[in-house]
Design a protein. Structure first.
Length: 215
């Protein structure tokens, strides 16, 4: 028997619960039930049931962590009531958050996606090239093709955005879209003074002084 065959048979013989825990301890993004089932050589239903049993067990035991289904996959997270302890250890009292301008821009993309950079600027009433670049670098938004009428690049939120926001999908976004102004209605008034993004040009400052503060 080859070493590869021996390893495969060993994986299939492992207790499913502890095997899932071991794998989830090392993932850097939520793992789907399909992927876990393939890796551990088990039926998806068995894996799904075991994951939910583990999640319930951690809740009953009031562990400092929890197992959540986020962005289509499973991953360990700090239980919210212990977040302060983790923050004190990792950040040593210093916050690393998105600025208000970045949050506004991210909200526009989330509720209007796919959306062009110029339309995001129109909704905010200010050039947002710098903050959009930051959101792209942080992996919170990504390109989603081009607008047929203008050829402008369209942007959407990413799975990483869902993961950081603790959402299973975009349908779990709060009902805030009706409160956002219609970009088409104000674009003619605001877009004329908003230059388009040129990746080779110097950064254009946003009127929000902290827009370029990174996440």
């Amino acid at each position: 028997m080859s070493q590869q065959e021996s390893t495969a048979s060993t994986v299939a013989d492992l207790d499913l619960g502890p095997a899932l825990e071991a794998v989830l301890m090392v993932v850097d993004e939520p793992a789907t039930e399909e992927h876990l089932a393939k890796v551990l050589e088990r039926p998806r239903r068995a894996v799904a049931d075991a994951l939910r049993e583990l999640a319930d067990e951690y809740t009953v035991q009031r562990r400092g962590f929890e197992l959540r289904l986020v962005a289509g996959g499973w991953r360990f997270y700090t239980r919210p009531e212990y977040a302060a302890a983790v923050e004190a250890f990792v950040l040593d009292g210093q916050q690393a958050r998105l600025t208000q301008a970045a949050l506004e821009t991210l909200a526009v993309v989330a509720y209007r996606q796919p959306v062009s950079r110029s339309r995001v600027s129109a909704v905010r009433g200010v050039n947002c090239d710098g903050v959009m670049r930051t959101l792209l670098q942080r992996g919170l938004v990504g390109e989603a093709g081009a607008e047929p009428e203008t050829g402008a690049i369209l942007y959407r939120t990413t799975n990483y955005f869902l993961e950081r926001m603790g959402l299973r999908g975009l349908d779990e976004l709060p009902e805030l879209a009706p409160f956002l102004p219609e970009a088409d209605a104000i674009e003619a008034e605001t877009l004329e003074g908003v230059p388009s993004f040129d990746p080779d040009a110097p950064d254009t400052p946003d009127t929000h002084a902290d827009d370029k503060t990174e996440f």
